[in-house]
Design a protein around this ligand. Structure first.
Ligand code: ZN
Length: 303
């Protein structure tokens, strides 16, 4: 058995995974606090809290079965031992693997979460027949990975491929990373949902409620504007990546899946007709990832 750990924007999921990629056991811990209807991450002691939960759960799983190795999917930049930067969690330069290895006696590996998800899709999901693919995880934050000639690409010193922090707007909105105008701010579902919630007096950002508002106000000019603006920005970022990598297929994971009926086809049309692609295409294969919430856990076992 292997242990796959997914440190997400709102919770940590830990799975005991068999050799076929099936999750046999799963434990989750929420790391956001609800404060006046807004999700806010409790950043104080967060890394210690996460580490202790991981150690405790690994020990529990070790009592149940032989554990070969442990992988952790991290929403940010990592090297072999350290979370270098996870801006949405406020974690920087945290050497996490020696702490866990010392307590559990098991080898621990780290990888960026989007790259883990791409590995899961390649081995068990919708990239199985694909040599060149682009993976995007669109949720609270945005992550990405590229499969090129059958391999998930990675740079040498730091892992690279930080698509979400490519700038798509000069002097644009402030990003958590310290720069301005990053793709992540414009493509994140969080900001999209916040705008709709504000304009339509919603007190929650729950996807079901936001979707209900969208479906009930299809002809509202404000809503049309928000949808168009979101799709246009998303298409600009994705088209930049298509122009660089020319993928056969694009998969989108994360909370975006809940908005498939509303966003996926307009996004595809914008990519095809928005004068964005250098090499014109008659069609583009863009679909949802197979794995939704479990992609990080399954992918982390493949590091
Ligand atoms: Zn940024």
């Amino acid at each position: 058995m292997k242990i796959g750990i997914d440190i997400g924007g709102s919770h940590v999921g830990i799975g005991l995974v068999d050799e076929f990629g099936n999750i046999q056991q799963k434990k989750e811990k929420y790391i956001v606090e609800k404060i006046e209807n807004e999700s806010q991450i409790n950043k104080q002691n967060l890394k210690e809290e996460i580490t202790q939960f991981i150690i405790q759960t690994i020990k529990e799983y070790q009592k149940m079965d032989f554990v070969e190795n442990v992988g952790i999917a991290v929403p940010g930049t990592v090297n072999q031992t350290t979370i270098i930067k996870a801006v949405n969690l406020g974690i920087e330069n945290y050497e996490i693997t020696p702490i866990i290895e010392k307590e559990t006696g098991t080898k621990v590996k780290l990888k960026n979460d989007a790259k883990c998800s791409a590995l899961a899709e390649q081995k068990y999901g919708n990239f199985s027949e694909c040599e060149n693919g682009l993976f995007l995880c669109i949720g609270t934050g945005v992550g990405g990975a590229v499969i090129y000639n059958g391999k998930v690409l990675e740079a040498k010193e730091v892992p690279g491929f930080e698509f979400s922090h490519m700038i798509i707007q000069k002097n644009g909105l402030q990003c958590n990373c310290g720069k301005r105008g990053c793709f992540e701010i414009y493509a994140s579902l969080k900001r999209f949902k916040e705008k709709i919630a504000y304009e339509f007096n919603l007190t929650t950002l729950r996807n079901e409620e936001v979707i209900k508002i969208i479906l009930n106000n299809k002809d509202d000019v404000r809503l049309k504007y928000f949808l168009n603006e979101y799709i246009e920005n998303l298409a600009i970022g994705i088209s930049n990546l298509i122009n660089i990598f020319e993928p056969e297929k694009i998969l989108i994971g994360g909370g975006f899946a809940d908005y498939k009926e509303i966003l996926l086809e307009p996004l595809k049309q914008q990519l095809l007709t928005g004068n964005l692609l250098f090499n014109k295409r008659n069609d583009i294969i863009i679909q949802l990832a197979k794995f939704k919430n479990d992609a990080g856990i399954i992918g982390a076992t493949l590091i």
